[in-house]
Every structure is written in structure tokens, then in C-alpha cells.
Design a protein around this ligand. Structure first.
Ligand code: GLY
Ligand code: MN
Ligand code: MN
Length: 439
């Protein structure tokens, strides 16, 4: 991402923080996986959104109108021995030169310097509750400033959530962000196609997962955006199944919910297809209902519509479909009002997508569902999960779990389906799988 884009974001936030305010955003801590081995590091999304700075142990401070510079970055100093063992560091000079900081200080000096920056400020912009160790330190710094009251030093007496402001900004994707998200979705769509091509009875779910990861990484993604869900047969009815350990049986469906993260942006795609490449009549009937629901919901993704409109469209199609299948009996309008679909469809139809897979941004403003606007990205992901645990469900429907999920950008004209490259209709899926078995 262009350095100027990070600078634009800081400027926008700084305009909101204004004189008398100070914004503080630490990055995420490293987390131990076992003994002395850490989980792969990923910076805090808000911190990275404002800085582009990838290292752990760093804190962004924005002080509008500070004469010596408004953008301060605390980070690790250069250290040849540490860098030989653990990798390169930008250091204080790099923080200024490559990341645009006006001033950079060693992270080890945070306790000495930060209280001074808080002096005589009126408002702190900081997200409480995300990093509790840091919350404690901030309280300590504030106490230090407060204790200087008799010396005429004024301590800030308001804390606003910086997250609230940054999340509003993150909800509207810029041209560069859309470019990255489109690429992430393309890579993931190609991975889903690849999974369809290699799939056959006898393979294990983790072997399909391996194909997905291979497809992600060879195109520059360093990690999935969330643990991949690769579930066949009964596992299609477990929404967040990710053991991915069972063998694929002839006649079963396979549900894959997997998306890569590319340059800190997520994609999130689900496709469901038959392990042997041919839908049974029951599988096809259920699949087509979910597809109709998904298409109806996607059609409602348009500027001016409300956040909830796609969900309502999906619920209507799902309820009508369940009546058509004979699984629900009665009038669809009544059944919809009674939420009779719930045992079969128990989640919502989408969520914001961005740096985080379940991205930030309010869904309601006051009591009203939010209006969709160009630049927002949402998933559209209805499903039906016909589990044998549902009382009275005829056996022919058992273990048919279907979810179809795409990543959809709201545009001025309507919508743009970023993940369109993954086969989706019954014909597209069967031909992708057939072509592969012949080839
Ligand atoms: N992959 C998680 C979700 O679809 O929300
Ligand atoms: Mn998903
Ligand atoms: Mn999703």
C-alpha cells in the first residue's frame, strides 16, 4: 500500500482528534504458542491501518499540532545481535524514513515519555479493553500526570474510543484497498476451483485443505484469513467445523469455507459440492434453494438499501424453499414470521469484510439498520443445514449442509462480486469437476 495512503488516514483521524486531543494505538502483542515458540505474528488491524508498520512492540501516538511533529512511533531499536537471530528491524531511523514518523522513540522509553505527552491534553483517544496490560499502563501514566496537579499540570479527563473513529474509516474501502481485496478474492476463488478439481472419494478433508493453502501461498498470501472449514457429510452441518480430519465418502457433499489473507486483507468464500462430482436429486434441490436465496440477497446489495435487506431476502427464499421441499408445512409468510427456518438456517446472511474477516463498522446507527454505501464490502452467505439431529426431518435430507458465500462490494451502480471466479451453479460445479476427472 502506498505510504501516502497511510498518511491520509492519519490526517483524517488527526482532524477528528483535533487540538487538545491525543490518540494512542498500540499494536498487538506477540503470543506464545508453546514454550519459546510464538504464533506467527500479525499486527493489530487498527494500528496497521494507520501506520503500515509490521513489527511487534510498537505504539502509534498522534498529537495534532505538536510542534516537534504530530506522528510519533515508539518501536524497537536496531540491534545487530537480535536481528541476526530474529530478523530485521526498522529501528528509529527506519520508522521515520520508511513509515513517515515525525519522531521515533525506543519502545523501552514509553513509560518515561508518554506521561509527558499526556500533560495538559483534554482528551485521550484510546480503545479500552482490547489489550488489558496496556490499559493498566495507561491508567498508571494518567495517575502520574494527575499527581502533578499542584504544579499546574492538567490531566486529560475524557477517554474516547479511537476504535470508533478508525472503524468508521475502515468500513469505507479506498481504491487501493479494493484492489487488494479483489486480488485476495481472486486467489481464494481459484483455490476453491482447485479443490473441486482434485476432489474425489477416499481423500481426507485435510488433503483438500492442503490444496487450498498451497493455492493461497503460491500467490503471495502468507496465511488464511481464518481457519479453513473443510467438512464432508455430517460435518457440512457444523458451521465452524475445522478439524478437517475425516475421509471423503462417495455420495457426500463437501462444504469448504476458506479464504486467504493478502497484505492484511481478508477474503471469505464458501462453496459446497458433491465429493464425486454429481449432485444427487436431494442435494441439488437443497443446493438450488440456497443458491436462489444467495442470488436474491446479492440483488439487495445496493446503495440506499439497508444492511438487513439482503438477510430478509435470503430468509424469504429459504422459507419458500423449505415449503417446496415439504420440510416445512404451511404458508410461507406465516412460517417466516414464526422463524420456522431457524432449525435449518441459524446464522445471519453476512458481515462486513476487510482487514478482519468479521470486519469492523457498526451495523446499526441508533435503532436503524445502516444504509449501504459505495465502498462497503459485505459477505453474502445463506445456508441450509439438514442435520439428523433436527426432530422429524426425513432421512433423505440428512447430512445435506449447504452454504454459498461471496464477497460483495457496494458500488455506485449496485454491486461487484469480488469472488465471482469460484464455480457456483450446479452446472458450473459439475463441469469443473467433470473436466478435471477427464483431464
Ligand atoms: N468464515 C467465517 C464466516 O463465514 O463468517
Ligand atoms: Mn466464511
Ligand atoms: Mn463469512
Amino acid at each position: 500500500m502506498d505510504k501516502r495512503e497511510f498518511a491520509r488516514r492519519r490526517k483524517k483521524l488527526m482532524d477528528m482528534v483535533d487540538r487538545g486531543g491525543i490518540a494512542i494505538q498500540p499494536t498487538a502483542p506477540e503470543r506464545l504458542r508453546n514454550r519459546d515458540v510464538f504464533y506467527p505474528y500479525r499486527p493489530d488491524s487498527d494500528f496497521f491501518y494507520l501506520t503500515g508498520f509490521p513489527e511487534p512492540e510498537a505504539v502509534l501516538v498522534l498529537v495534532p499540532d505538536r510542534p516537534q511533529g504530530e506522528f510519533i512511533l515508539f518501536c524497537r531499536e536496531k540491534d545487530p545481535e537480535q536481528e541476526t537471530w530474529h530478523g530485521r528491524r526498522a529501528g528509529l531511523e527506519g520508522a521515520c524514513e520508511h513509515y513517515g514518523a515525525d519522531d521515533a522513540f525506543p519502545i523501552s522509553d514509553l513509560d518515561d515519555i508518554l506521561p509527558g505527552l499526556l500533560e495538559n491534553k483534554e482528551r485521550i483517544y484510546y480503545t479500552m479493553g482490547r489489550y488489558q496490560d496496556f490499559d493498566q499502563r495507561l491508567v498508571g501514566w494518567l495517575n502520574r500526570v494527575t499527581s502533578k496537579g499542584r504544579a499546574g499540570v492538567h490531566a486529560p479527563d475524557q477517554v474516547h474510543s479511537v476504535g470508533h473513529y478508525v472503524h468508521e474509516m475502515r468500513l469505507y474501502k479506498s481504491r487501493e484497498e479494493i484492489k487488494t481485496m479483489r486480488r485476495a478474492a481472486q486467489i481464494s476463488a481459484a483455490a476453491h476451483r482447485r479443490a473441486m478439481e482434485v476432489c474425489r472419494p477416499g481423500l481426507y478433508e485435510y488433503q483438500i485443505e492442503a490444496e487450498l493453502l498451497h493455492a493461497f501461498m503460491r500467490h503471495g498470501s502468507r496465511a488464511p484469513a481464518y481457519p479453513s472449514i473443510v467438512g464432508a457429510g455430517a460435518n457440512t452441518c457444523i458451521l465452524h467445523y475445522n478439524e478437517n480430519s475425516e475421509q471423503l465418502a462417495d455420495g457426500d457433499l463437501l462444504l469448504i469455507d476458506a479464504g486467504c489473507e493478502l497484505d492484511h486483507y481478508a477474503s471469505d468464500i464458501t462453496r459446497t459440492f458433491p465429493v464425486n462430482g454429481r449432485f444427487t436429486p436431494e442435494q441439488r434441490a437443497v443446493y438450488d434453494i440456497v443458491l436462489q436465496a444467495q442470488l436474491a440477497a446479492i440483488a439487495k446489495v445496493a446503495p440506499g438499501n439497508h444492511w438487513n435487506d439482503p438477510h430478509q431476502a435470503a430468509l424469504e427464499a429459504i422459507t419458500k424453499g423449505l415449503v417446496e421441499l415439504g420440510i416445512l408445512k404451511g404458508r410461507w409468510r406465516t412460517l417466516l414470521k414464526e422463524e420456522a427456518y431457524r432449525p435449518y438456517y441459524m446464522h445471519r446472511t453476512g458481515h462486513w469484510l476487510g482487514m478482519d474477516v468479521h470486519d469492523v463498522g457498526d451495523y446499526k446507527i441508533g435503532d436503524e439498520w445502516r444504509t449501504l454505501e459505495p465502498g462497503m464490502v459485505t459477505t453474502v452467505e445463506p445456508g441450509l443445514y439438514l442435520s439428523p439431529t433436527i426432530k422429524g426431518l426425513a432421512k433423505r435430507w440428512w447430512n445435506i449442509g449447504v452454504r454459498i458465500e461471496d464477497d460483495v462490494l457496494v458500488t455506485a451502480e449496485g454491486r461487484d462480486i469480488l469472488s465471482h471466479g469460484a464455480p457456483k451453479t450446479v452446472d458450473e460445479i459439475e463441469s469443473a469437476m467433470q473436466f478435471a476427472s477427464v483431464a
